[in-house]
Design a protein. Structure first.
Length: 397
């Protein structure tokens, strides 16, 4: 098989290269090996850091800066994306710009204290544009408050059993007995609110927010138990006031339980890939381009045992398998359990790291490293094609 058309469909490398920059670097490496090939580039976003900016650029829209409350209560400058083109009337926000882990200083990583208040404030900023659809991208969160802070910013009140209004942060959920939604911004009733997250994430239980993601966000074993108990109470309250069973609803655990909080006020919980790979948003035509390609190259900052659990390369591989198109992957690093990606249908993997180097050096030189790794991986693929064409001598001969 000759390779005449290659699709480059990567994720971004966090705190290093955005998805467009990764796609450009990969395409340059492919071009070195296949100068005459058609190279389609579809930078992919999943709702995490940089998603709103990428979609604003892809649709001819613009970013609207917003001053909001950050996850530790200090002011931060976030943004919403006012989309253009056929997506006019839709505003996208990535919650990470207001409540991402990168905004939580390492010495303040206490998920019982951080808040999603800034996310609610971004929703208010979206409503101020007069839009009819708000998409909340979930990913890279630094919070575990079940979306309580976002609801408070939108006008809700969390109440203790004695009627006291509770403050922000997941620690308050240990006392929550009711939530008063009567003060919600009335404009919410006139818009479609979509939470685009990982539907494998649930609010409570062994695979819930506290036990799976609490330690990643700095929770001690004692705080994990505190979070788990508080989120159980919160789930019961939200389920009662909304009439929806939210504790284990798929996607309820997205971004530290933000999915559950917004679902309680009527938001749709949707698969992030169905939302962000939708051509109405990104103009990607991803499945068409996969079917037309001879080879797909995807990428992510780290491939590891979590990659099959709803990461971009896993979704690209799933679609490639359905189309019968081979796919290979690049990674900034290969973490524990990374060989699991082979089971997804990814045919070959390469790290961009070429030898001993510091993380700072790898991040500084990321673009040329990605280009070099793409070139090397493509040469390996072509060598494999050449070897397949070599006649194999039988033992009898």
């Amino acid at each position: 098989m000759s390779i005449t058309r290659v699709l480059v469909a990567p994720s971004g490398f966090k705190e290093c290269l955005d998805t467009g920059e990764v796609a450009t670097a990969i395409a340059e490496g492919v071009r070195r090996v296949l100068p005459d090939a058609v190279i389609d580039r579809v930078p992919l976003v999943d709702g995490g850091e940089g998603s709103a900016a990428a979609l604003a650029a892809a649709t001819g829209g613009h970013l609207l800066p917003c001053g909001v409350t950050g996850p530790v209560g200090l002011p931060v400058t976030a943004h919403v994306a006012v989309l253009g083109g056929s997506s006019r009337g839709t505003v996208v926000l990535d919650m990470a710009s207001a409540a991402g882990l990168a905004l939580v200083p390492r010495d303040r990583r206490d998920p019982t204290a951080t808040t999603t208040a800034g996310v609610g404030e971004l929703v208010l900023a979206a409503l101020d544009t007069g839009c009819h659809r708000v998409v909340v991208g979930c990913g890279d969160s630094g919070t575990s408050d079940g979306g309580a802070g976002a609801l408070q910013a939108l006008g809700a009140r969390l109440l203790a059993a004695d009627g006291r209004a509770l403050g922000r942060g997941a620690a308050a959920l240990g006392e929550v007995a009711d939530v008063d939604l009567s003060g919600l911004d009335p404009r919410l009733a006139d818009v479609e609110l979509v939470v685009a997250g990982n539907l494998t994430n649930v609010l409570t239980g062994p695979r819930g927010v506290a036990r799976v993601f609490g330690p990643q966000k700095g929770a001690t074993p004692e705080q994990v138990e505190q979070l788990a108990a508080g989120l159980e109470r919160w789930a019961a309250v939200l389920s009662r006031v909304s009439g929806r069973e939210l504790a284990t609803l798929p996607g309820s655990g997205a971004s530290g339980g933000l999915g559950a909080g917004l679902a309680a006020i009527g938001a749709e919980l949707a698969c992030r890939f169905d939302v962000f790979f939708d051509s109405r948003l990104a103009g990607a035509r991803l499945d068409e381009l996969i079917a037309a390609a001879d080879l797909v190259v995807t990428a992510e900052g780290q491939l590891d045992a979590q990659t099959p659990r709803g990461k971009v390369p896993a979704e690209v591989a799933r679609r490639c398998r359905a189309a019968g198109t081979p796919v290979v992957a690049l990674a900034g690093t290969l973490g524990e359990g990374w060989p699991a990606v082979y089971d997804l249908g990814i045919g070959a993997v390469a790290s961009i790291v070429t030898g001993p180097m510091t993380l700072a050096q790898a991040m500084t030189d990321a673009a040329p490293l990605v280009t070099g790794a793409a070139e090397s991986l493509l040469r390996t693929v072509l060598l494999g094609e050449q070897l397949r064409a070599v006649p194999v001598l039988s033992a009898a001969a």
